[in-house]
Design a protein around this ligand. Structure first.
Ligand SMILES: N[C@@H](CCC(=O)N[C@@H](CS)C(=O)NCC(=O)O)C(=O)O
Length: 204
């Protein structure tokens, strides 16, 4: 049985959401980051970065939310979460996953770090305004890429939509408006999926 390590209101939501979409069996372990459990010797032995999510499948220990979601999709091909390797859709899937990690979420992570996540003496509140502007720039690229389509890749839901919708929810939690009607509708539609509701309940 797969073991999943996560914490509410974190990127582990992406992984639990993907597992719920795939109908996978797994045990969920709460790592209370707010109580410092990510820095416990036991957890650091699993993930030296002290971060969630992490997934354990036998001898395999996997970190990084996008890598884990992709692994889930590849292990459960009927879920459709990942397009076939070598297909144009897989190339676009990779493009959007990398875009979310390197462009869309970075400004949100900057905001979180300088609001509360970094040790106080490392925080520079002045960068937050620029980070909000950077999010807007990336959101515009996403809005153009999505257009009026239902999903980012082809005509079906993939784990790229999970990463993206989770990140848009994160922006809203930071009180940043998405600024594009189709992005709002896309986020609303995806975040209302039953598997996402189950994922939130699992981590509550
Ligand atoms: N790139 C990683 C980022 C993981 C990450 O930063 N997780 C945060 C929660 S969303 C965390 O565990 N932070 C604890 C810490 O930085 O000590 C991923 O996508 O999985």
């Amino acid at each position: 049985m797969w073991q999943v390590y996560g914490c509410r209101n974190s990127r582990s939501n992406r992984v639990v959401w993907a597992l719920e979409e795939a109908g996978a069996a797994y045990d969920y372990h709460k790592v209370n980051l707010f109580a410092g459990e990510g820095r416990s010797p036991e957890y650091l032995a699993l993930n030296p970065g002290g971060k969630v999510p992490a997934l354990v499948d036998g001898a395999l220990i996997l970190t990084e939310s996008a890598a884990i979601c992709t692994y889930i999709g590849d292990c459960f091909p009927d879920s459709g979460l990942t397009p076939a390797i070598g297909s144009p859709e897989r190339a676009q899937y990779n493009q959007w996953c990398f875009f979310v990690l390197s462009e869309l979420e970075q400004s949100l992570w900057t905001i979180a770090k300088h609001r509360f996540a970094l040790p106080e003496k490392r925080r520079i509140p002045a960068v937050i305004e620029t980070a909000v502007w950077e999010f807007d720039v990336a959101a515009k690229v996403l809005a153009i890429g999505l257009g009026e389509r239902e999903f980012l890749v082809g005509h079906r839901f993939t784990a790229a939509d999970i990463l993206t919708a989770h990140t848009l929810a994160w922006a809203r939690a930071c009180e940043i408006t998405l600024g594009h009607a189709y992005l709002d509708a896309y986020a609303d539609r995806l975040l209302a999926r039953p598997a996402q509701t189950r994922a939130r309940e699992k981590e509550a």
